[in-house]
Design a protein around this ligand. Structure first.
Ligand code: SAH
Length: 257
């Protein structure tokens, strides 16, 4: 209940400013956190192993950076979020409306690291075409979308959501199992998330986060029925500890249901 109340004050534009503008979104060096996240995803999708009809992104928030490498490998991308304000922010970008957040530096960077010489506008167009559904979700329900996804997703992605909506590690495991219900057996799950974080800010909202260690991520994935394929982590450099949260680092996990 306290978490739900906190999210009523979540300001998408403040969240975007805190995390997706410099200094965190600085593309001049791979040492910054946003290029690190984009590289994890680009390298994982480059194998060509993760593909199919549908990819679902859980707790998309107001962001699309996490879908830029994914969108080349799926016919449809389903974005989801608990908050209408975030779904509206995403919709503005998807429809190319004025006032939408400018993701073009992210798209340009992903095209560069993917190294295929693709014009960034082509990738932008492809993601907009494939991002056909932006649905409400609540990961605390065993059926997070209110009904089963039919057919189930071929892949699941979730970035900075589950630990940011779970009061403790047990709730994190349950949420992971709930979102696993949206995925077909054998489907791939990619998680990005915060390590050692206890709160983050989004305008007037101060959201509690369950602080995780790498071992917690490992154990939670196993407990929720996933086989771990890869786990990487990133230590937040002092220059990026800006006070918008108390994050120590970031993990990236690739697992299979
Ligand atoms: N994926 C984005 C946003 C993460 S912020 C990124 O990578 O930056 C955490 C998100 O979880 C917010 O968008 C918030 O609205 C969403 N959220 C809050 N409660 C939730 C719930 N019960 N189920 C699913 N998502 C929830």
């Amino acid at each position: 209940a306290a978490l739900r109340e906190g999210y009523e004050h979540f300001d998408p534009r403040a969240y975007l400013r805190n995390n997706y503008l410099p200094p965190r979104a600085d593309f001049s060096s791979e040492e910054f956190v946003v290029p690190w996240k984009l590289r994890c995803l680009a390298e994982t999708f480059a194998s060509g192993e993760i593909r199919g009809r549908t990819l679902i992104d859980v707790g998309s928030g107001p962001t699309i950076y996490q879908l830029l490498s994914a969108c080349d490998h799926f016919e449809e991308i389903v974005a989801t979020d608990y908050l209408a304000v975030n779904r509206e922010e995403l919709g503005r970008w998807a429809r190319g409306e004025p006032g939408a957040f400018d993701w073009s530096p992210f798209i340009q960077h992903v095209c560069k690291i993917e190294g295929r010489g693709e014009p960034w506008q082509d990738k932008e167009r492809r993601l907009r075409e494939r991002l056909r559904r932006i649905l409400p979700i609540d990961v605390h329900r065993p059926e997070p979308l209110g009904a089963p996804l039919r057919p189930p997703a071929d892949a699941l992605l979730s970035a900075f959501c589950l630990e940011a909506v779970s009061p403790d590690r047990a709730a994190f495991v349950r949420a992971l199992a709930h979102v696993g219900n949206l995925l077909r057996p054998g489907g791939h799950a990619l998680l990005l998330g915060a390590l050692g974080e206890s709160f983050y800010l989004a305008g007037p909202a101060r959201l509690p986060v369950v602080p995780l260690e790498e071992s917690d991520v490992r154990e939670a994935l196993a407990a929720a029925g996933f086989a771990l394929r890869e786990l990487r982590s990133y230590a937040m450099p002092p220059a990026l500890r800006t006070g918008v949260d108390d994050v120590d680092g970031v993990f990236f996990a690739h697992a299979q249901k």
